[in-house]
Design a protein. Structure first.
Length: 498
């Protein structure tokens, strides 16, 4: 009964005209971003963060969430039609989806992706509604030492499960945490690493840094790549046959379940879920030789998994205040802009926002089905726009957004410097996402560590004598040691290459 009452409260907030409008804007932008290669939800959310200043907290989060899971939908369109994934999570969809398109079954592949994504999105939303209250209630029992251990575990798991070598990812996390130290010490009031610049007294701003790396640096890198001429085809026959339904039903169910679970894990995310689903379907299939040649299960499973994972990644953020990937770290930034502290207090202090966001995901999934199938021709035509015409508008929008934060040109200089550093990071093939996690979680790790040390009067053993924090830290150490073993590292690198 509590669940029904909570969902009723959520729909009351989600179905207001204002929130429906922003959910639609988020889904529309997400689809557009998923279709256009070279952009992604990470860069776009970073660009749009300044706009959320003028919105209400629930409208801002509903729009940003729509961008994220909408991009998972949109990425499948070009992956199927022209073998050009708009999103990393759609890479797997292109393997069999494009082969189906070459066989004249592009419409069926698109329908399969939309149906699987819609079902998975609804399933994942139900999982959030069911499990989030339980985790939030448990998280209320956490003290400073438990939160410190939890965040260390989350950072290490995100690093271990993300792409890129473990040591390099850890180094990027540490770099992000070091940047978060710039500014005024909240305990002593002393200035740290500001070099006398008053603009740094409040620390390095989150938005210019995120936009510099995931906006400007990505644009500069994309300018070096050659533009491809894309040949579109007329999409007909969107409805799957009875045999198609028989072949897609089980993969959709398995992909939804797998994505729901992997989305909760730090560092999991939609890309990992889609790859895992494809591997699972190929291993258990009675006809594995069909995969790579237009197997409908190779579209249904991964598309269900990536959309489920995109939505369940909100669970650790909303319940524990722990972003599971770089996009969730940006959502944390949006919440902090509106003076909302991520974590279990959100449900008790602002239940309308919490349940409204969850209910909006059902609304958004329905909108995305409407946007993706009837308008597929429009999305494909957008690919004919040369990127050299798109990037000046994107750059201008980024600069306006950055300047509007404080009406200070220092923010633009800061973003430009970060762009140079970020481009170097991308050219060296270092993973930038862990740095963003370190920047977001660094202040919270430091604060909880210092609070725990003050309460224990400087006794560092308090982190290991507490059963919960000791267990969490032990798991983190074991996971790190396990992933550093040569045999495990070799298998991990091989899996990432595949």
């Amino acid at each position: 009964m509590d669940l029904l009452a909570n969902l009723s409260l959520g729909f009351q907030h989600a179905l207001t005209f204002n929130n429906i409008a922003y959910a639609f804007i988020g889904c529309l932008l997400g689809t557009l971003i998923g279709v256009l290669p070279g952009l992604g939800p990470l860069a776009t959310i970073a660009m749009l963060l300044p706009i959320t200043y003028s919105l209400s907290p629930d409208a801002a989060l509903i729009m940003l969430a729509g961008i994220y899971y909408g991009a998972q939908y949109g990425g499948s369109t070009t992956a199927i039609i022209v073998n050009l994934p708009g999103e990393s999570s759609s890479v797997v969809t292109a393997i069999d989806g494009y082969q189906m398109a070459r066989q004249g079954r592009a419409g069926v592949a698109l329908s399969t992706a939309a149906i699987g994504s819609f079902f998975a999105g609804c399933t994942a939303t139900l999982a959030i509604a069911a499990f989030a209250p339980i985790l939030s209630e448990a998280a209320l029992q956490f003290g400073p030492k438990e939160y410190f251990a939890l965040m260390i575990l989350g950072i290490l798991l995100a690093t271990v499960l993300s792409t890129g070598p473990v040591l390099e990812s850890l180094g990027m996390v540490i770099l992000g945490a070091m940047i978060s130290l710039v500014g005024t010490d909240v305990n002593t009031g002393e200035q740290r690493f500001t070099f006398g610049l008053t603009q740094l007294y409040d620390g390095v701003d989150f938005v210019p840094l995120a936009m510099g790396i995931f906006g400007f640096a990505e644009i500069v890198r994309n300018l070096r790549s050659e533009e491809r001429s894309l040949v579109t085809q007329k999409i007909t026959n969107l409805f799957p046959t009875r045999d198609d339904w028989r072949k897609m039903t089980a993969p959709i169910l398995r992909g939804s379940a797998l994505g729901t679970f992997l989305g909760i894990l730090p560092g999991g995310g939609a890309a990992l879920a889609s790859f895992a689903s494809y591997t699972l379907e190929k291993k258990i299939s009675r006809t594995p030789e069909e995969f790579g040649h237009g197997a409908i299960a190779g579209v249904a499973g991964p598309e269900s998994a990536n959309n489920a994972a995109a939505q369940t990644s909100f669970i650790p953020l909303l319940t524990l205040g722990l972003p599971s990937n770089a996009v969730m770290a940006l959502i944390v930034g949006a919440m902090m802009i509106h003076n909302i502290q991520p974590g279990p207090q959100v449900m008790t202090s602002n239940p309308g926002l919490f349940w409204g966001l969850i209910a909006s995901m059902w609304v958004g999934n329905l909108m995305l089905v409407i946007l993706n199938l009837p308008l597929v021709g429009l999305w494909v035509k957008l690919l004919t726009i040369p990127y050299r015409f798109l990037y000046p508008a994107i750059m201008m929008f980024c600069c306006i957004g950055i300047y509007s934060i404080k009406n200070d040109t220092f923010e633009l200089y800061q973003a430009a410097l970060v762009c140079v550093v970020g481009y170097g990071i991308l050219q060296l093939k270092l993973p930038p996402a862990p740095m963003l996690l370190g920047l977001v979680l660094g202040p919270q790790v430091e604060e909880n560590f210092r609070r725990a040390m003050l309460l224990s009067r400087g006794d560092a053993t308090v982190f290991f004598t507490s059963p919960l924090s000791g267990t969490l830290l032990a798991i983190a150490v074991v996971a790190l040691i396990f992933m550093m073993l040569p045999s495990i590292r070799a298998r991990r690198e091989k899996a990432l290459q595949e």
